[in-house]
Design a binder for this molecule. Structure first.
Ligand code: 6PG
Length: 509
């Protein structure tokens, strides 16, 4: 139907889990959506859901049978949102839209988990054919349906066009309390509060920030899993008992979506066997790559994010299931210590404090990485805004994002979150228990790579003199790589003639 009347506000391509829920969210907020998907079953499911939710109201979503029909359903300049898998499918859809006749002032918004450098390349590649804009979305399917956290970036004109749409569908926060205002009822979107959507910067920066969000997500999840393993394997606690501990933790400084869902997973039983479901889930973690991208970027930029990297490695080692099962019969560990009920209770408290301190370090690593990337790429990222839009809707939403927001409001040029007076005090109060938890786990042979790497990060960052002096000596010894001296001006290089008698020191510049 190429010449349909333009009755829709937004074109939407991709009716998968995220796309379908974003479309229903748009519809709840009064937008008429023209939808297209290569898979007709997905479109039918979308229409059925719309019909179920809208009751006797007229249809809010129009299914289109081609890209051409989709364009004809919209007034120019067109606004088209993509929710397709990252990578080649994004370009495939863009080419189809170009073939169908989109124009230079039409806006195409990619909402997938795209690699940020692909976004930069696409902005350039489609210049003159459309305005390629990006918006990274966090919140999973429920977030997409009832309020995600949105990280848009790219052309400022496109932002003015999409801003009211994103602000309408985004998660909302009560400005007084900093807590999410939630509604999970179809047709009743939250219309008050601060929207968790803010313009991040030029093309690619939004996807970069989302990538770091996911890196933090990986580390946060892994650290929660490590505290679970210590409770399970050292303290012999049942999933049900651990769920209760997590529920308790969720009432305090650790209050977060990830702690909440961990408690719910642990409290769930397998309907067939009645066993705790978590005991039946295979311990092999999957990944789609965003945590890995974050770790790679941190290595490339020299901005340390060891706990994020450890979280990626933890998934990798978990996937070596067959090898681990074999190794478990060969490789020795320490004997399991016997703990009194009092010692067990102390260990649970130590794990709580360890998770809190390590979490602060992970955010410190993530924000430091974003700062380094911003300096490198000339983005002026607003870190208090980033913390602000992560307070609700996204997977890492947590009570203490308000404290991060406050920290960057106090000082937007903060070098490292750990140096903020609030956070440095928190870590100094709880660090002893953090050390105790890591030591206990290590003594007992339980891997806590993310919790302990965060501790090493903290200790390294607060150490004025690291052993890199010896390392520079080693490098100079075998490779004449030279070193600077503490008693000379920075920048002057020296080398030792290690093989000559008396090992004379040569000034190199
Ligand atoms: C989100 C999530 C979402 C997704 C990731 C993680 O913010 O909504 O991060 O983007 O769950 O892709 O996936 P993996 O754990 O499979 O890498």
């Amino acid at each position: 139907m190429p010449n349909a009347t333009p009755t829709c506000d937004i074109g939407f391509i991709g009716a998968g889990v995220m796309g379908k829920n974003l479309m229903l969210n748009l519809a709840d907020n009064g937008y008429k959506v023209a939808a297209f998907d290569l898979d007709n079953d997905k479109l039918e499911a979308l229409l059925a859901q719309d019909s179920l939710e809208r009751g006797d109201q007229p249809p809010r979503i129009t299914a289109c049978s081609s890209y051409t029909e989709l364009l004809s359903r919209l007034s120019a300049p067109h606004l088209i949102i993509l929710s397709v898998p990252a990578g080649k499918p994004v370009d495939d859809v863009c080419h189809k839209l170009i073939d169908a006749g989109i124009q230079a002032d039409d806006i195409v918004v990619d909402t997938g988990n795209s690699l940020w450098t692909d976004t930069v390349a696409r902005e350039k590649a489609y210049e003159g054919q459309c305005i390629f804009f990006s918006t990274a979305v966090s919140g999973g399917e429920v977030g997409a349906r009832f309020g995600p956290s949105l990280m848009p970036s790219g052309d400022p004109y496109a932002w003015t066009r999409i801003k009211p749409v994103w602000e309408a569908i985004a998660a909302k926060v009560d400005p007084e309390t900093g807590k999410p205002i939630e509604s999970f009822e179809p047709g009743k979107p939250v219309t008050k509060g601060e929207p968790c959507a803010a313009y991040i910067g030029p093309g690619g920066s939004g996807h970069y920030v989302k990538m770091v969000h996911n890196g933090i997500e990986y580390a946060d999840m892994q650290m929660i899993c490590e505290t679970y393993q210590v409770m399970r394997d050292l303290l012999d606690m049942s999933p049900h008992d651990i769920a209760q501990v997590f529920q308790q933790w969720n009432q305090g400084v650790l209050n977060s979506y990830l702690i909440d869902i961990s408690a719910q997973v642990l409290a769930t039983s397998d309907p067939d066997s009645g066993q705790p479901l978590v005991d039946i889930i295979l311990d092999k973690a999957g990944q789609k790559g965003t945590g890995l991208w974050t770790a790679v970027s941190s290595l490339q930029l020299g901005s340390p994010a060891p706990s994020i990297a450890e979280a990626v490695y933890a998934r990798a080692i978990s996937s070596l299931k067959t090898e681990r099962v074999k190794a478990s019969t060969i490789l020795a560990g320490p004997d399991k210590p016997r703990l009194t009920p009092e010692q067990k209770a102390d260990t649970v408290q130590a794990l709580h404090d360890a998770l809190y301190c390590a979490k602060i370090c992970v955010y410190a690593q993530g924000f430091h990485l974003m700062k380094t990337a911003a300096d490198e790429h000339g983005w002026s990222l607003n870190f208090s805004e980033i913390a602000r839009i992560w307070r609700a809707g996204c997977i890492i939403r947590a009570i203490f994002l308000q404290s991060i927001n406050d920290a960057y409001q106090r000082n937007d040029a903060l070098t490292n979150l750990l140096l903020d007076p609030f956070f440095s005090k928190q870590v100094s109060i709880y660090q002893q228990n953090w050390r105790k938890a890591v030591a206990k786990a290590t003594e007992s042979g339980i891997p806590v790579a993310a919790l302990s790497s965060a501790l090493s990060y903290y200790d390294a960052y607060r150490t004025a003199v690291l052993p890199a002096n010896l390392l520079q000596g080693q490098r100079d010894f075998f490779g004449a790589h030279m070193f600077e001296r503490t008693d000379q001006a920075r920048g002057k290089k020296f080398h030792v003639e290690w093989n000559q008698p008396g090992r004379p020191i040569v000034k190199m510049n």
